[in-house]
Design a protein around this ligand. Structure first.
Ligand code: SF4
Ligand code: SF4
Length: 410
């Protein structure tokens, strides 16, 4: 089966320097920043606006609840971005294993380690970034085991603007669910805590799985929020985890948009999964609930457009990030309001089955969702335990998000 995204031309590899997260991270006045905006003068103003928001957030290192909760996931996660954590040399004398057996093994281990959904596909070069754009960058740090085992020989894209080469044959897509009680309390410290926690888990599992495969004697690299060489959403679509949605996220039949993604690319021969069609393209064309609720107007209400050779709904990443800056936390409203983002109870699974089979019922199902859950997003209180005075509140916006809660969406 073919994936449900529509290829209408040559898919150009995406330059990571063009992501809004790479642009906001450029240091004002640096050589990189000057070079980038000389080549892209139309982005100078919007990038300055985004950077200003983020600089203001980072201007202080004073103690705060927001900073403390943000650090829980994102601080530790940064260490998992080290080159010898995501990558390394495979052990000599690779073991012999049948691809079908290897797939079962890899999926079983990933689930055991904490992945909620796992799928396997052939890696298409179209989904590999062309150049490195986001931090962290690494030059030639000397090994200092066991803290740092050394730079893998084949590690490319060490510095901003370096070309990325990744010739692995297979990609293992990993998806991790978020606790909806925390997500519904956002945007604020509760949702930042949850997103950071899940990103940390997604990074750890990807690094563990890649390390396991290398120990069997095959090349393997983890890709996670702090160190990606690939676009994780189309890889997850190819691997049969779901479809690309109007909101730009992967839409999974069981968990809706409520997922964060990571990935392992490898040369371990594997049996691949098929992409799936669960009716998302038709559902999203009639639903629009995420677009109606997006406070930034970043999700299109109209038709798909062509983006780098693919016809899809194009989310305005700049508008989205400016909104995050305004509220001081990563927004997650579209993920939460989507009618598919529900706890995987027997009832909701049955409704998802109906939605995926009967496109003609979309409007009725969206109306029913509005009736049960409301047409407008309603933020709930943070859990009481999150504040020592026992007064849970809404949207504590002293979160020190750095604009890097990125890329479960492309
Ligand atoms: S994260 Fe928030 S601002 Fe961004 S697209 Fe979704 S609803 Fe809109
Ligand atoms: S809210 Fe509706 S339109 Fe948006 S991603 Fe979910 S199903 Fe698609």
């Amino acid at each position: 089966m073919k994936p449900t995204y529509e290829v209408v031309g040559k898919i150009e590899r995406f330059d990571e320097r063009d992501t809004v997260f790479a642009r906001e991270a450029l240091i004002a006045g640096s050589e990189e920043e000057r070079l980038y905006h000389e080549q892209n003068p139309h982005l100078r103003e919007i990038d300055e606006r985004i950077r200003k928001f983020i600089d203001e957030k980072l201007a202080t290192d004073r103690a705060s609840w927001g900073r403390a909760y943000y650090q829980v996931g994102f601080r530790t996660l940064a260490y998992l971005a080290l080159p010898d954590c995501v990558d390394g040399e495979p052990a000599p004398d690779a073991i012999k294993i049948d691809p079908k057996r290897a797939s079962l093994l890899v999926k079983g281990l990933a689930s055991h380690l904490g992945a909620d959904v796992v799928g396997i596909t052939r890696l298409k070069q179209e989904w590999v970034y062309s150049h490195r754009g986001t931090r962290p960058f690494f030059a030639d740090q000397p090994p200092n085991p066991p803290l740092f085992e050394g730079m893998p020989d084949h590690y490319t894209g060490r510095l901003w603007g370096d070309p990325i080469h990744l010739e692995h044959q297979y990609a293992i897509a990993l998806a991790f669910t978020q606790d909806l009680r925390f997500m519904k309390a956002g945007p604020g410290v509760a949702s930042d805590l949850e997103v950071g926690k899940v990103y940390a888990r997604s990074a750890l599992v990807a690094c563990q799985l890649a390390s396991f495969i290398r120990a069997l004697g095959f090349a393997a690299r983890a890709h996670h929020v702090r160190n990606y060489y690939v676009l994780v959403v189309p890889i997850a679509v190819d691997a049969g985890l779901g479809e690309l949605s109007r909101a730009g996220y992967l839409l999974n039949k069981t968990y809706g948009l409520n997922l964060r993604l990571s990935c392992v690319t490898t040369d371990l021969p594997l049996k691949v999964d098929e992409p799936i069609d669960i009716g998302v393209q038709e559902f999203c064309s009639k639903c629009l609930k995420c677009a109606r609720n997006c406070p930034a107007g970043a999700i299109p209400t109209g038709d798909k457009t062509i983006v780098r050779g693919i016809r899809k709904w194009r989310v305005d990443a700049e508008r989205c990030l400016l909104y995050w800056g305004r509220v001081g936390a990563a927004c997650q409203i579209c993920q939460v309001v989507c009618p598919w983002s529900k706890p995987p109870t027997y009832f909701h699974r049955a409704v998802a089955n109906i939605a995926s089979k009967f496109g003609g019922l979309t409007k009725f199902l969206v109306k029913a969702d509005d009736l049960f859950y409301g047409t407008k997003y309603k933020q709930v209180s943070e859990p009481l335990w999150m504040h020592p005075d026992g007064e849970g509140g809404k949207s504590q916006s002293d979160s020190c998000f750095s604009g890097s809660l990125r890329a479960s969406r492309h």
